[in-house]
Design a protein around this ligand. Structure first.
Ligand code: COA
Length: 258
């Protein structure tokens, strides 16, 4: 596809946003490609985990494309927002763990993209933030909802209202980023972590992911009912039988994703 590079190895699909001359800024075409890429990955049983990164050493994604946004009418702006939200929802709900490897600027739409991923690794040169208010805008691709869910309302407001950029150490300190990894090893470590997950029972991984994601939309009673249902359903899988049998037989399990 036009602005995306993809590479598959050992159950992990690596997707690289490749628009380095614009610091990988997301215009409508790239958003549409991203959505299609995640629909494809969701439907491909050979893909068990995904790593998402940006090309070059400077930017993950420097935001939504400001040049494109500058000419939009209010209705077009709303539609631009909805399309991005839909694409990022598809990422969050693709049923497979998505690890963002934040290799530099993750601003505005780039920060929101990282927030839609499930786990975030960042290089020390990462700069993360929601500078929309500095442009007379607000986060429009889910940032006002996901940011507070991940780091808490006070911290989300600190960054969203000021439009400031935090460095990797601060992002790690507040729990926005799971790990900080030196730039040359960032994608490699994110991929190694994804491969570890890819070696586990895919249905169980998906159920666990779905239950945790549901926790932000459900009360604890409904959430635990969902958990009990999925826990029970996991007993119907061949992989559960294989995993428990392998433990008893003191050998490594061979999971087949069913
Ligand atoms: N949308 C469109 N183009 C962008 C972009 C964005 N969000 N971010 C960077 N670019 C483009 C620049 O216009 C420039 O293009 P040009 O060479 O054709 O002029 C190119 O990417 C390189 O960016 P530049 O600004 O020259 O790099 P820098 O190192 O001086 O600054 C940033 C890096 C990230 C600080 C700066 O590009 C920036 O502030 N970008 C916008 C960040 C933002 O507000 N994002 C949120 C949008 S909602």
């Amino acid at each position: 596809m036009g602005h995306l590079l993809t590479e598959d190895a050992d159950g992990v699909r690596r997707i690289t946003i490749n628009r380095p001359d614009k610091l990988n800024a997301l215009n409508s075409a790239v958003v549409a490609e991203l959505e299609a890429a995640f629909v494809a990955a969701a439907g491909d049983p050979a893909v068990r985990a995904i790593v998402l990164t940006g090309s070059g050493e400077k930017a993950f994604v420097a935001g939504a494309d400001i040049a494109e946004m500058s000419g939009l009418s209010p209705l077009e702006g709303a539609e631009f927002g909805r399309r991005g939200q839909r694409a990022f929802d598809r990422i969050e709900n693709c049923g497979k763990p998505v690890i963002a490897a934040i290799n530099g600027f993750a601003l505005g739409g780039g920060c929101e993209l990282a927030l839609a991923c499930h786990i975030r690794f960042a290089s020390p040169n990462a700069k993360i933030g929601e500078p929309e208010v500095t442009l007379g805008l607000i986060p429009g691709w889910g940032g006002s909802q996901r940011f507070p869910r991940i780091v808490g309302q006070g911290r989300a407001l600190e960054w969203i209202l000021s439009g400031g950029m935090m460095d990797a150490a601060e992002a790690h300190r507040i729990g926005l980023v799971n790990r900080v990894v030196e730039q040359p090893k960032l994608v490699e470590e994110a991929t190694a972590f994804a491969k570890k997950i890819a070696s586990l029972a895919p249905v169980a991984v998906r159920f666990a992911l779905e239950c945790v994601l549901a926790s932000s939309a459900m009360g604890i009673d409904d959430g635990q009912r969902l958990e009990a249902t999925k826990f029970g359903l996991a007993f119907s899988t061949d992989d559960m039988k294989e995993g428990t049998k392998a433990f008893v037989e003191k050998r490594k399990p061979a999971y087949r994703g069913r």
